[in-house]
Design a protein around this ligand. Sequence first.
Ligand SMILES: Cc1cc2nc3c(=O)[nH]c(=O)nc-3n(C[C@H](O)[C@H](O)[C@H](O)COP(=O)(O)OP(=O)(O)OC[C@H]3O[C@@H](n4cnc5c(N)ncnc54)[C@H](O)[C@@H]3O)c2cc1C
Length: 474
Amino acid sequence: MIPESVTVIGGGVAGMSAACALAEVGFRVQLVEARGYLGGRASSYLHPGVNEVIDNCQHALFGCCTNLLGFYRRIGVAERIHWTSQMTMIEPGGRRSRLGPFEWGSLRLPAPLHSAPSLLSAKAFTVADKLALGRAMMAMMKPEALNDTRESLGAWLRRHKQTEGALNRFWRLVIASALNAEIDSIAVPYAAKVIRELFLNSAQAGSMGMSTVPLSELYAGVTAFLAERGGSVLLNTRVEGAAWDEDAAQWLVCTRTGELVSDFVILALPFEATQKLLPHLPVEEGTEKLARQIERLEHWPICSVHLWFDREITDLEHAVLLDREIHWMYNQSKLQTGRGGHYIELVVSATRSFAALPREAAIQLALCELAEFFPRVREARLEKVALVKEMRATFGVPPGIDSARPTAVSPWPNLFLAGDWTSTGWPSTMESAARSGHLAADALGMSAETPLHCFEADLKPHGLMNFLGRLSNH
Ligand SMILES: Cc1cc2nc3c(=O)[nH]c(=O)nc-3n(C[C@H](O)[C@H](O)[C@H](O)COP(=O)(O)OP(=O)(O)OC[C@H]3O[C@@H](n4cnc5c(N)ncnc54)[C@H](O)[C@@H]3O)c2cc1C
C-alpha cells in the first residue's frame, strides 16, 4: 500500500506528537513550522542578551502526563527527564516545609493518604489550614467535583470554608502553578483534576519531571525520526492558507515558498494562529461556529527571570516560594546536565501585574524577593540576567469553557484540529498538547479507515482512589 501523506502544520508539542505517531504507523508526514526551531511555547533558544541557551520558561511535567511521556518514549528521550516526588515550600525568612509521599524503609501509605503525613507536619500551614485542606481534598474526591462545570473554584473554596492560609499557601499557589490563573477564573473540574492527579490518585501520578537538557534539545530527534519513515520537517515555513481539491481529494497548503500537497492535514496551531488562518480556508458549514468558539478563549501570561550569580545561593534543586510574587525557584545549574555557573530561574505565573512591570522593576522585585528566601543572594554578585515575558503563555479554563474547545474533527474533509486548546479535558499544558496530537492522529486514522491507538490512557488511580473510581462508575 502506498503510504498516505499528511501535512502537520505547527511544530509545537501537539504537532510533533501527531506527526511522530502517524509516521510510526506508516503515514508520510511533512511537519511545517513557522519558526526556525521546533517546540513552540515549550522550547529553548540562544538568548542574545546573556549568550546562553535558555528555555522560554521552566516546563514541569508530572507522572500523570501519559501522552507527553508516550511522545518522549517514541522519540527516545524519556530518560532525559529528572523525576522528583519531594517539594520544598519556603516561607519568607527561610522556614521550610517538605511535601511528598510518605516513605519509611519499604513502608508506603496507600492513595490518597500517601502524602498526608507531610501535609500534616508542614510548618507552612496552621492546624485550621490543615483541617480546611483535608475537608476540601475529601470533597474533591467526590465525582460531583469533576462534573460541576458552572461554579468557579473561588466560589467552591468559599463554600468549603477555606482559611486564608489554605487559600494563599495552597490553592492560589497550586492553581497558579498548574493552571496559570486565579482561583476565581477556574472551573471546578479542572482544579479537581489537577488536585486528584497531583495529590490523591497515586504517588506516581504526582511525581514531578523536569528536562535535564534545554527543551529544544529534547526534540532534536524528531527530524531524524520522521526522515527515517519517509517524512520531513520544514522550518521557517509559515502556512498562509489551504484549499481542498475535491477531484483529487487532496489538500493544497499554501506557504510563502510554495504549495504542499497531501491527503490529510492536521492543524496544530495555537488558537490565535488558527483564528488568523480561518479566512484563508474553504468556507464550510461549521466554520462560523469554530470562529465563535475561538473568540471565547483568553490568554494568561507567565514570566521567568533568569539569573546568573558568581556563587551558589542555595543547594536546593527547586522550591516553591510562599507569599510573594515569585512562585518557583529552579536551580538550573543543578537540574540541567553540563550547565556550569550558578544559574537560577524564577517563575511568576498568573500575575498580570508582574507582567506589566518595566524590565528593571521586574528584575529588582524578583531579586529582593529571592533574598528573603535565600539570604546568600545579598552577598552574591549578579553576573547577568534575562527576563522573559510570555504574554500568550496559556489559555484560561473558566466555568463553561468546555463548549469553546472543539474536538479534533473539523468542519473540513480530511483536516483535523490539534493544539492544547482543543477538547482534551486538560488545562493548557504540554500534556494537553500531546493528547490533542494523539487524538487528532486517531481521528485521522478513523477517516483513513486505519484504526490507530495513539492516545495513551490515564494512569489508574491506586488504593482507595481506585476503589472510589470503580464505585462511581457503577
Ligand atoms: C512561559 C510558559 C510556561 C509554561 N509552563 C508549562 C509547564 O510548566 N508545564 C506544562 O505542561 N506546560 C507549560 N506551558 C504550556 C505549554 O508550553 C503549552 O501548553 C504547549 O507547549 C502548547 O503546545 P501546542 O503544540 O499546542 O502549541 P504551540 O507550542 O504554540 O505550537 C504551535 C506552533 O505553531 C507554529 N505556528 C504558528 N502559526 C503558524 C503558521 N501559520 N504556520 C506554521 N507554523 C505556525 C508556532 O510557531 C508554534 O511552534 C507553559 C507555557 C509557557 C509559554
